[in-house]
Write a protein that binds this ligand. Structure first.
Ligand SMILES: [Zn+2]
Length: 198
């Protein structure tokens, strides 16, 4: 995956696994090697920024990569049923959800409708970052990525057991919109991370 990101950054993507042969090969079933829980931001399209194709990534995206029961169920399905060995939390700079949570905390600006649900799920990360004296956008984004990875394992017993036994690794990546590159922020169960280098 990181090799794919390097190709994307360099402007030399191979667009692997995107032809009719791959489509036909996958008809009987899928075996994606990674599940990605990423922000829905339109600039963060997983298969494009990691230069992957059909059947490679199982992608779950919500604004601010916030997670509720549906997300947890989707991630557990990917690791337990499809056999994904790598879970990636993918955040990014200039994240609107994080900015909205900061505005809510710092200026008391509440969000309307169900956007409020998203903002409230990001708020604990913003508060934790503030408590640690972090004010830079990138530091708060990193905190939210770490928090999301930890929350995944805290809330999903299935996933935490898979990490403990070395079946699955959970990593957090921060994507830089301008550069197109992703850097590692956090990792759990690194011994089974060979998928990340694909
Ligand atoms: Zn975002």
């Amino acid at each position: 995956m990181l090799a794919g990101n390097r190709r994307f950054v360099a402007g030399t993507p191979e667009h692997p696994n995107q032809d009719a042969a791959r489509r036909a090969q996958l008809t009987p079933g899928q075996e994606p090697f990674a599940v990605i829980l990423g922000c829905s931001d339109s600039r963060l399209a997983a298969e494009i920024i990691f230069d992957q194709g059909l059947g490679d990534l199982f992608v779950v995206r919500t604004a601010g990569h916030v997670l509720g029961a549906e997300v947890l169920g989707s991630v557990e399905y990917a690791t337990s049923v499809l056999g994904c060995r790598l879970v990636v939390v993918l955040g990014h700079d200039s994240c609107g959800a994080v900015a909205a949570a900061r505005a809510a905390v710092e200026n008391g600006l509440p969000a309307a409708g169900f956007v409020r649900d998203v903002v409230e799920r990001v708020t604990p990360s913003v508060l934790a970052a503030r408590a640690a004296g972090l004010t830079e956008d990138s530091d708060i984004i990193d905190e939210h990525i770490r928090h999301t990875a930890q929350l995944l394992m805290d809330r999903s017993r299935v996933l935490s057991e898979q990490v403990e036994t070395g079946e699955v690794a959970v990593v957090g990546l921060a994507y830089q919109l301008a550069e197109g590159s992703a850097r590692m922020v956090t990792s759990h169960g690194v011994e089974s991370m060979e998928g990340a280098t694909r």
